[in-house]
Ligand binder design. Structure first.
Ligand SMILES: Nc1nc2c(ncn2[C@@H]2O[C@H](COP(=O)(O)OP(=O)(O)O)[C@@H](O)[C@H]2O)c(=O)[nH]1
Ligand SMILES: [Mg+2]
Length: 440
């Protein structure tokens, strides 16, 4: 199962709850089954999934709902809170003991982002006033040392390593001898060997001889199920103290990180959000969960859902869905949307849209909405009820009254016709678009 799917399947289950006409025990149970399926498919540990779903079920069904929020919002809140508390409420920092040298060793398979992350961490500590140094223990991949040295030279951090292979343990010990009076020494290791066994052996030996203060596993945020397998293999060899999830830029949601956390029990401390040396952020569990669930801002969404739950009388909703609605109805919907704030903010909260709509297009949509609103306001009630009567002379009058052009007026009427057609075709396809409340 592709990695992003965890997020989207979790989101799909939550969306069902958002759309459900009533939240009863059956709806909650169904959500929990969906949740379990999504987590298990993402290789999250079975026991963990059971614990998590038991807590969600108990809280969703038994907990007294706080005043001011609906049962629907409460259920979503519970899921969100339980996932967050699983990841840790707050970021756990990578601790540096002052007055002593702190040695951190980065492990992970080739390509996960170790070398880049080592340089990013050096920069992170350097900016906080620590004296940092780097050691390259990747003697297997040609050019590994050169890559680290090149990154480090940009930030003026000293590096130790060997151009032409050699014994990784010996090199690390030499490097540590050189960097005695440093606050932080970061060891970049190999991610590949002749075979997996010799890689794991090397990590074990390094751990035993070097005794790093913490072993940090770097995982690629875009990988799926393998995250658990990798994490387990490394954790067996050396105790993983923390995790850094690299490549969490772009649209990667990082569901694999959940599995890595489950496999090692180690907290995520940082995420990598780009190829540049500054692209490292302390991990923020609530933000990560929102991302995982595919929402820009879950709490914001919950609020907006509440505001947007415009009560539409059943009769009107039915008429709308049969395509029998007037421009006035469409206007009402626009109003509901506008009261939610700028359209791009709303679109950003909808997964899929967040990455796909370019800023200019969003602004255009907002401009368009303003125009349409002005046009509809300049119409007579009769014209709103029956846009067909708007011919050339009426269109001219409306354009003048709204400060738009005749073309704009025609475009709106075309849009109205298109929306009607679209809704009629939805009906034919029997899309689950029903319900007393009309979700925008
Ligand atoms: N977009 C993005 N690319 C990254 C990130 N971290 C590492 N990379 C890229 O991933 C590739 C492998 O990184 P590297 O540090 O060499 O991985 P290593 O084999 O584990 O040492 C390189 O092209 C990096 O530029 C990140 O946070 N975001
Ligand atoms: Mg490397």
């Amino acid at each position: 199962m592709a990695l992003e799917k965890l997020g989207s399947s979790l989101y799909e289950s939550l969306k069902k709850i958002l759309r459900a006409s009533s939240i009863d025990e059956a709806a909650v149970k169904e959500l929990i089954r969906d949740l379990q399926r999504a987590l298990l498919q993402a290789d999250v540990n079975v026991r963990l999934v059971r614990d998590l779903s038991e807590r969600v079920e108990k809280r969703a069904l038994k907990e007294k709902i706080p005043p001011g929020i609906s049962r629907r919002e409460h259920v979503i809140k519970v899921v969100y809170e339980e996932l967050t508390s699983f990841l840790g409420e707050k970021a756990i920092p990578l601790r540096v003991n002052p007055g002593k040298r702190n040695v951190f060793m980065l492990v992970g398979i080739q390509g996960s982002g170790k070398t880049t992350t080592a340089a990013k961490l050096a920069r992170y500590f350097q900016k906080r006033g620590y004296k940092a140094a780097l050691i390259s223990a990747d003697t297997y991949r040609p050019g590994a040392y050169a890559q680290l040295k090149q990154l480090a030279s940009r930030i003026n951090v000293p590096t130790y390593g060997s151009e032409n292979g050699g014994d990784a343990v010996k090199i690390v010990l030499e490097g540590l001898g050189k960097f005695k009076d440093y606050d932080v020494v970061l060891i970049d290791t190999a991610g590949r060997h002749k075979d997996e066994k010799s890689l794991i052996e090397e990590m074990k030996t390094l751990e035993k001889t070097v005794h790093p203060d913490e072993i940090i596993m770097v995982i690629d945020g875009t990988i799926g199920q393998q995250a658990a397998v990798q994490a387990e293999a490394f954790h067996k060899a050396t105790p993983i103290g923390s995790i850094i999830v690299a490549k969490l830029d772009g649209s990667a949601r990082g569901g694999g990180a959940l599995s890595a956390v489950a496999a090692t029990g180690a907290p995520i401390k940082f995420i990598g959000t780009g190829e540049k040396i500054e692209d490292l952020e302390p991990f923020d569990p609530p933000r990560f969960v929102s991302r995982l669930l595919g929402m820009g801002d879950l709490q914001g969404l919950i609020e907006k859902v509440r505001e947007a739950e415009v009560e539409i009388p059943e009769k009107k909703a039915k008429a709308f869905l049969s395509g029998k609605f007037t421009l006035a109805d469409m206007y009402e919907q626009f109003e509901a949307m506008r009261s939610m704030g700028p359209i791009n903010r709303i679109l950003k909260m909808i997964p899929g849209f967040s990455y796909e709509i370019p800023e200019e297009m969003m602004n255009l949509a907002e401009e368009q909405m303003k125009k349409w609103k002005a046009i509809i306001q300049s119409m007579t009630p009769e014209e709103r009820e029956n846009p067909r009567i708007v011919k050339a002379s009426r269109a001219r009058r409306i354009a003048r009254g709204s400060g738009t052009s005749e073309r704009d007026v025609k475009a709106l009427i075309q849009q109205y016709n298109r929306l009607r057609k679209m809704i009629k075709s939805f009906r034919r396809k029997r899309l689950p678009f029903c319900g007393r409340k009309f979700p925008m």
